[in-house]
Design a protein. Structure first.
Lengths: 388, 462
């Protein structure tokens, strides 16, 4: 090759190499600056939110705040008797089950009850709640898991895809949970949102934080007040006195007939949740139950804690329809596990009466009293059978 | 794909990485593909329109450069008619049709067609016009490489809402492209995060207040509510648009392109003239260079100057939207600019503050706020109602929450101290770890003060 051409090529090659190196360096610097910025953001977020610092000042009236300020604090002074039972649930348990009444029923038997009914909590939330409440898996003799019937009925709502779940359990989620937690949401956008929110918890807490900043002294006062007395007042909560007497369901046309004293809001809510003709077993609810209730069962496998499934009174009238429970159903499969007891599905069916409910979901004071006492008796009986 | 969404950041990260790692020859094509993908993610149906305008202006510019005499002018006219024709049809047809119908005593929707406004059309047509006119004036060489020209029009950081980039600046960067150095990287990253924080922590919060007010003006009496709603909108539009522009400039900078500054603390202006030298600078300088000066500027006596100012601002108002409110907004600013020129009050503040400057800045801000009423209100009737209420005693509750006012206060302090401590300079000089700390903190503020809903940028509708 001509020396001139060779020289030119070498020079160009060196310049090319230099340019390429400079570009690679620029890219590396951009990416490292972006990464270190994200690390700083994560550390700040973790210091304020993940550390649990902010959770102590959450609005006590919110679900997460109730759990942090009221429930967990209240639990510290409980469980003095030899046997403890935890009743998990959502607002149906919060309204429909009284630990105080259950404790009174069990006086002398050595049983003490904890109601973990948190409004809006889902089966997914229950798992993370129970993990926080009983980290050593030894605190309770029985964990009661109430279901709305034993058939895995899909009522139109895909609970596995409920993004607000993250708001309920944000204080219980750890970094190691992120892959499996986000993967448990079927929709891609929701999965990404949950991943983001559980990585940067400020995204979940920010609405509460803004409320906090709006009236700082008031929040502090209420948090302190709640820490001191909310657990006791929740324990003594008697339930609501209204009822739905006079409510009828026409099963031929699936229409509700309302008595005059029921207000429009309750009516509308009922109509929205009584479309039984659309309920069917499609497999979605089944998979959801298997995933999250299955995890609770797995968590207590090999421990002294027993799991008791009960069918909850979940509507203000008896439902003359039935959906199939077969070998694929969650309840049939879970029943095979040692330490799991399935109560008779019809045990509390007689409580599905308008007189025992104040709205479409929730039992009133009368229903609460009956259900609490009967559930306490069932737990004791079950415990006695298990030698507890 | 909005700039502040995770999907956009992933898109940008992929584009950036591919851009830096690909051979030089492929880079223009790669950026162009990314730009069309970005535009198509909004509505792929408008890509052919973008391609047609690109092709027309590309050919027209070459024709202008290669020909002499009347043919050059014809090529310019074809280009202008194409750009303004498309803009007119998509943006102003229904406005014109409803006014003609009203004049004829027909129902306003008599000639109405359901036309979707292509995203960014106002920006890319102005950019095309400036390029072709510059070629016609001999101030810019016609671009012979079609991909380069297509990229100039479609470059994704500025495609949908500016800033309006002049061809000479863009092609200078493209032709002599150099990877950004560490100062530019820090600068670009800072602008992106600052823009994001402005948008989600400030603009979107203010948007909630102003939307609440302007959606039900009649039911919210009192001067405090009116001033609160208008102040909220003034803050929303500034933080929204300047936030968007900061991000656009930052993204471009990380790719090695330098966009012009679009905002220079406009609410610290000491006159309306000063305001327009600080607000949406790329548009106001476009209007100056391609409308005001060709109309004669200030070279033909005071009355012609006032006429030119009024015409420029009226058309500038109309550029923002096909609505009488925008025309009134433009006319209001044209009137104020003329008055300032008439009274010799067209001052500018460069550095430092005197008590007189402070008073003038407050007065200018209040005058600008009155203008925003026309910009934001849903009808002229609503706008007049709000202005009347602003003249009442400010009784009632101030509708903006304290935390937001505190954040705005910090933004004001930062803006005022910009003369002595330019933030960007500080960022450029500081070590990377300090910049990362600053950016992380800004992101944290954006995280906790951001609102849940994705509110699109205000200027996307233009």
């Amino acid at each position: 090759m001509h020396p001139g051409i060779k020289d030119t090529l070498q020079r160009h090659s060196a310049a090319w190499q230099f340019l390429r190196a400079r570009e690679r360096v620029a890219l590396a610097k951009i990416l490292s600056l972006a990464l270190s910025t994200l690390v700083v953001l994560f550390l700040l977020d973790a210091a304020v939110f993940r550390s649990g610092f902010y959770a102590r000042y959450l609005e006590p009236n919110s679900a997460a705040g109730f759990f942090e300020s009221v429930f967990k604090a209240g639990l510290e002074n409980r469980l003095k008797r030899p046997h403890g039972a935890l009743v998990l649930g959502d607002s149906q348990i919060a309204e429909g089950f009284s630990a105080q009444l259950a404790d009174q029923t069990g006086t002398g038997s050595g049983w003490e009850f904890v109601s973990a009914g948190v409004g809006g909590a889902s089966l997914r939330n229950w798992y993370y709640m129970v993990r926080d409440l009983d980290p050593q898996r030894s605190r309770f003799d029985v964990v009661v898991l109430p279901l709305r019937g034993y058939a895995d009925v899909d009522d139109g709502e895909i609970r596995a895809d409920r993004e607000p779940d993250i708001h309920w359990m944000i204080a219980h989620v750890r970094l190691a949970d992120l892959p499996e937690l986000s993967a448990s949401f079927p929709t891609r956008d929701i999965r990404m949102q949950v991943l983001r929110e559980s990585l940067f918890e400020g995204l979940v807490y920010r609405r509460d934080l803004r409320e906090f900043l709006r009236n700082l002294p008031d929040r502090m006062r209420r948090v302190e007040w709640c820490r001191a007395g909310c657990a006791d007042s929740m324990y003594a909560y008697p339930g609501r006195s209204e009822d739905l007497s006079g409510l009828r369901m026409d099963w031929a046309t699936f229409t509700l007939q309302f008595p005059p004293h029921i207000n429009a809001a309750v009516e509308a809510e009922m109509k929205g949740h009584c479309d039984f003709q659309n309920w069917a077993v499609r497999g979605v609810e089944s998979a959801y139950r298997k995933e999250w209730l299955g995890r609770i069962v797995d968590r207590y496998r090999g421990t002294r804690t027993k799991i008791l499934f009960v069918s909850l009174p979940y509507r203000p009238f008896p439902i003359p329809l039935s959906w199939p429970v077969d070998s694929h159903s969650f309840i049939v499969q879970v029943a095979k596990n040692p330490g799991v007891t399935i109560a008779d599905e019809h045990l509390f069916e007689d409580l599905q009466r308008p007189g025992y409910f104040f709205d479409v979901f929730h039992m009133n004071r009368k229903g609460r009293e009956l259900f609490s006492r009967r559930l306490a008796a069932l737990v004791e009986e079950n415990g006695a059978r298990n030698g507890q | 794909m909005l700039f502040f969404t995770v999907s956009y950041f992933l898109f940008f990260l992929c584009t950036l990485t591919c851009f830096y790692l690909s051979p030089v020859k492929l880079r223009t094509g790669l950026l162009l593909s990314a730009s069309y993908f970005f535009y198509g993610s909004w509505n792929w149906k408008f890509i052919p329109l973008l391609l047609i305008l690109t092709l027309v202006d590309y050919v027209a510019a070459i024709w202008i450069e290669d020909r002499q005499g009347a043919k050059r002018k014809w090529a310019l006219i074809v280009s202008l008619v194409s750009n303004l024709g498309f803009l007119g049809v998509f943006k102003y047809y229904n406005f014109g049709a409803s006014n003609i119908a009203a004049l004829l005593g027909l129902p306003p929707d008599r000639f109405y067609y359901d036309i979707v406004l292509p995203l960014g059309i106002s920006f890319h047509t102005f950019q095309s016009i400036s390029y072709v006119v510059d070629v016609y004036r001999g101030e810019q060489n016609a671009i012979r490489r079609p991909l380069d020209y297509a990229l100039y029009i479609a470059f994704f950081p500025q495609l949908v809402a500016g800033p309006i980039v002049r061809a000479r600046n863009f092609f200078h960067d493209l032709d002599s492209w150099v990877a950004p150095n560490i100062e530019e990287i820090k600068h670009g990253a800072f602008l992106i995060v600052l823009g994001l924080a402005k948008k989600v922590a400030l603009a979107d919060n203010f948007a909630q207040v102003s939307d609440r007010y302007f959606s039900a003006v009649a039911s919210q009496p009192g001067g405090a509510a009116a001033w609160g709603g208008v102040f909220a909108f003034a803050m929303q539009i500034y933080f929204d648009f300047s936030g968007y522009t900061d991000m656009a400039i930052g993204f471009a900078l990380l790719l090695g392109f330098h966009f012009p500054v679009n905002f220079r603390q406009p609410y610290l202006a000491v006159s309306i003239t000063d305001f327009w030298r600080r607000w949406h600078i790329s548009l106001s300088s476009w209007l100056r260079d391609y409308l005001y000066i060709p109309l004669g500027g200030n070279r033909r006596g005071p009355w012609m100057t006032y006429r030119n100012l009024m015409l420029t601002m009226l058309l500038g108002g109309l550029w923002h939207g096909a609505n009488w409110n925008f025309v009134l907004w433009g006319g209001y600013h044209g009137g104020l600019l003329s008055l300032e020129r008439l009274s010799g009050q067209a001052r500018q503040r460069e550095r430092g503050w005197t008590p007189g400057d402070v008073l003038r800045a407050i007065l200018t801000f209040m005058l600008v706020c009155v203008g925003w009423v026309f910009f934001r209100a849903s009808s002229v009737h609503d706008a007049m109602l709000v202005v009347r209420r602003m003249l009442q005693m400010p009784r009632g509750r101030w509708p903006i929450e304290p935390a937001l006012m505190v954040l705005t206060g910090f933004a004001l302090i930062a803006a005022v101290s910009e003369d002595r401590l330019p933030l960007v300079e500080w960022v450029r000089r500081s070590p990377a770890w300090a910049v990362a700390g600053c950016l992380g903190t800004l992101l944290f503020v954006a995280e906790i003060f951001g609102v849940e809903s994705n509110i699109p940028f205000v200027y996307f509708q233009f």
